[in-house]
Every structure is written in structure tokens, then in C-alpha cells.
Design a protein around this ligand. Structure first.
Ligand SMILES: Cc1cc2nc3c(=O)[nH]c(=O)nc-3n(C[C@H](O)[C@H](O)[C@H](O)COP(=O)(O)OP(=O)(O)OC[C@H]3O[C@@H](n4cnc5c(N)ncnc54)[C@H](O)[C@@H]3O)c2cc1C
Length: 380
């Protein structure tokens, strides 16, 4: 059984960031990744995806995104950046290695993987959320004869030409996939069940994250109250478009409910010009479409579930108690947990950008892991 200072599970942005910071802290870390390359999830995102967060606030610790990249880099540039990041810090993950279980054995953690078991006093779980697409079902789901896919399986409009498509969910993936389909001339509707919040990608000429970061130390209620009139002006009257504005402001929504507001990159304009129709929540599916909460019935050839992800990390560490909430999400990310030496990075929804938060967490984890390693070596 191999032994080292730290095991990092996952070679996405969080795993790579932790590898760089933990190594810089003087610890020996290895990264185990089930795919055959770094940034596997970014490689399979839909074709038109660009970052919603700007380049200056989406880089990982120790290496900014190249200046040659546009303000909002493309998916392909994100993959290129992650490859360069791994090369720059000489991070060589062990690929095609799926960690099936993490367990404690005395003062060590054991990561059981298909390549064997590895032990270390520190383990960082950086497995993201993308492996747990949430697929709701409705009464009548079993009758529906069209295709139902999750947004994580969507690539581009090509398979949907000539079809009527219903996109379920008004998060960033739902909004952008509906936009992608509408721009390709496809008949598309968005099913929006709950009241929403919408942010422009830029406000007064600055990326929206600039404002979120500027106000990050103020209470959410205060920030939302101050911003409400400006946002109303920037976004316009969404009630005229069949949408309902959430009572909670965008920052409160993220902090209290973990729901990310839609950062609008053109979806609203296509709703305004009628290319994207807005419908309410789905009451049930029929053999060839959906019946909505207002009893309206429509025919759809395909349904795309932009309904997010619901990971349950208890499956990975079933014997570890006290670190997960009732949904199997870590109670604490980016800091020491109640299980000494066990860390989580990246399983967060942040009002100031997830990639930016990953960088902050990675640094905190490295500092904490270094202290933990020092306290262990000081033991008699
Ligand atoms: C469509 C979309 C757009 C986004 N756009 C932005 C944006 O613009 N800005 C932003 O800040 N954030 C954005 N995000 C959030 C984004 O997912 C995160 O910022 C970031 O990619 C998360 O990185 P991660 O390393 O935590 O997870 P991931 O990128 O999901 O990486 C996790 C890695 O762990 C591996 N893995 C999982 N389980 C195991 C296992 N058991 N054993 C071994 N390996 C394993 C996976 O194969 C994967 O490579 C977006 C998310 C989505 C879905």
C-alpha cells in the first residue's frame, strides 16, 4: 500500500488548485482522477459555454488566466487553462483511477481505488457535483415518448432541429441552453416553477462579480436592498415576461438556499422577442408533452432537464460521521472538518464565483494541512 502526505480525489479545478497549494506548503500530494485527463467535466460541458465569471476572477492560485483570453473564456479555453496549470505546477494525476471509498485506519486515511489502496494522513475530496445530475420525474413520466436528457448531456442544438423542446429550470444552464436552441431557430420553451432572480453579466461596465466581491462583507439583506433598484433598471420588468421575481434578493438566495441567480447573457431578450416561451411548473407529462400548473397543455418532442445536481458524498465515505449534512453535502468546505485530516474543496455555491472560492479554499486547506502535518510530527 503506497503512503504519502496527502491524497486529492479529483483533477478538476478544485483538485488541481489543492495539489498546487499543498505542494507549495511542502507536502507530498498525489491526485487520483477517474477520467483520463484533467478538467474532465469542463471537457464535456455544452459547446457554446463560456465562463459566466470573468477571467480575472476565475483563475486558480499561483497562475492567472492568460491575458490573451477574452473577458469570459470559452469552455475550450478553460480546459486549455487547466492543462497549462497542471503542467506549470508539475501535477501528474493518476488517471483512470476511481476512488470508491475513503475510510479511516488509525491515524491514516485510506483511499480505496481500482488501482489499489493508498494511505495518507490528509485526504482532500475534490470530486465536484457533476456526477450527480438531478432528474425529477412527474406523474406521467413513464408515458412520455419523447427524449428526456439532463443538461449535463446536452452538447449543441443539432439533434433538436425541427423539434419542439422544453427546457426545465431557470438556472444558468437552463437559460443558456434555451438561448442556444432559440438562436438555432428551434421552437423552445422554458418551464419555470419558482420565482427567480436575474443578474446582468455586467453592471455599469464592470463584471457582476466585481460588485459581489466589493459588497461581500456586508449582510446579504443590506446588499440586496441597496442593489434592488439598480438591478430592476438593468434587467427590466420580468413580470411582463411571465416570470415572477423572488422575494429574496440574489445574494440571500445563494446564501440561504444555495440557488444561483440567472446571469443573463441574452436569454431575456429572446424571451422578449418571443423566441423562447415561458411556461410555469410542470404538473404532469403526457405521452407527447406536458401539462403545466395552469392546466395548459403543450406538445414537446424533447425535454431537457436543467435541474441541477444533488451529490451525496456519504457514498464515498460511509463510515465517516459528523462531517455531512442531511443531504450528504459536507458541513464545512475549505477548512478542517470534524474528521482530522479530511477536507472538502469546491462543493459550494458562492455569490462571489465558485472558481474564485475554490482558489481561496485550496489555500486555506493547504495551510490547515501543513499545520496538521506539523502537529502529527511533533507527537512523541
Ligand atoms: C455549466 C456550468 C458552468 C459553470 N460556469 C462557471 C463559471 O463561469 N464560473 C465559476 O466560477 N464556476 C462555474 N461553474 C461551477 C464549476 O463547476 C466549478 O467552478 C468548477 O468546475 C468545480 O470544480 P471542481 O474541481 O470542484 O469539480 P469538477 O470540475 O466537477 O471536477 C471534479 C473531478 O473529480 C473527478 N471525480 C469525481 N469523483 C471521483 C472519484 N470517485 N474518484 C476519482 N475522481 C473523481 C471527476 O472526474 C472530475 O474530474 C459552472 C458549472 C457548470 C455545471
Amino acid at each position: 500500500m503506497r503512503s504519502l502526505d496527502a491524497i486529492i480525489v479529483g483533477a478538476g479545478p478544485a483538485g488541481l488548485a489543492c495539489a498546487a497549494t499543498i505542494r507549495a506548503a511542502g507536502l507530498d500530494a498525489t491526485v487520483l482522477e477517474k477520467a483520463d485527463g484533467v478538467g474532465a467535466v469542463w471537457r464535456r460541458h455544452y459547446d457554446r459555454l463560456h465562463l459566466h465569471t470573468d477571467r480575472n476572477r476565475s483563475g486558480l492560485p499561483g497562475m492567472a488566466m492568460p491575458r490573451a483570453y477574452p473577458t469570459y473564456p470559452s469552455r475550450a479555453q478553460m480546459v486549455e487553462y487547466l492543462e497549462s496549470y497542471a503542467a506549470r505546477f508539475d501535477i501528474k494525476p493518476v488517471f483512470n483511477t476511481t476512488v470508491s471509498r475513503i475510510r479511516r485506519d488509525g491515524s491514516q486515511w485510506i483511499a480505496e481505488a481500482n488501482g489499489g489502496a493508498i494511505t495518507a494522513p490528509v485526504v482532500v475530496v475534490a470530486t465536484g457535483i457533476a456526477d450527480a445530475p438531478y432528474r425529477p420525474s412527474w406523474p406521467g413520466s413513464e408515458l412520455y415518448r419523447g427524449d428526456i436528457v439532463h443538461s449535463s448531456e446536452y452538447r449543441n442544438p443539432a439533434p433538436y432541429r425541427g423539434k419542439r423542446v422544453l427546457v426545465v429550470g431557470f438556472g444558468n444552464s437552463g437559460g443558456e441552453i434555451a438561448l442556444d436552441l432559440a438562436n438555432a431557430g428551434i421552437d423552445v420553451a422554458l418551464a419555470v416553477r419558482s420565482p427567480v432572480q436575474i443578474l446582468p453579466r455586467e453592471l455599469l461596465g464592470f463584471p457582476i462579480l466585481t460588485w459581489a466581491i466589493l459588497y461581500r462583507r456586508l449582510p446579504a439583506r443590506v446588499v440586496d436592498a441597496v442593489n434592488a433598484p439598480i438591478l430592476r433598471l438593468a434587467v427590466g420588468r420580468i413580470e411582463d415576461l411571465g416570470l415572477r421575481r423572488a422575494a429574496k434578493g440574489p445574494r440571500q438566495m445563494v446564501e440561504e438556499d444555495g440557488r444561483v441567480p440567472l446571469i443573463d447573457i441574452g436569454t431575456l431578450n429572446r424571451i422578449r422577442d418571443g423566441a423562447i416561451q415561458v411556461r410555469g411548473g410542470i404538473d404532469r407529462l403526457t405521452s407527447d408533452g406536458a401539462i403545466f400548473d395552469d392546466a395548459r397543455s403543450e406538445r414537446y418532442d424533447a425535454i431537457i432537464l436543467a435541474t441541477g445536481f444533488r451529490p451525496d458524498l456519504r457514498q464515498l465515505a460511509p463510515d465517516v460521521k459528523g462531517v455531512f449534512d442531511n443531504h450528504g453535502m459536507p458541513r464545512v468546505t475549505g477548512k478542517a472538518t470534524d474528521a482530522p485530516g479530511l477536507y472538502f474543496c469546491g462543493q459550494i455555491t458562492s455569490p462571489t464565483g465558485q472558481l474564485r472560492e475554490i482558489g481561496i479554499e485550496a489555500q486555506q486547506i493547504a495551510d490547515s494541512a501543513k499545520r496538521y502535518a506539523a502537529s502529527r510530527s511533533a507527537l512523541p
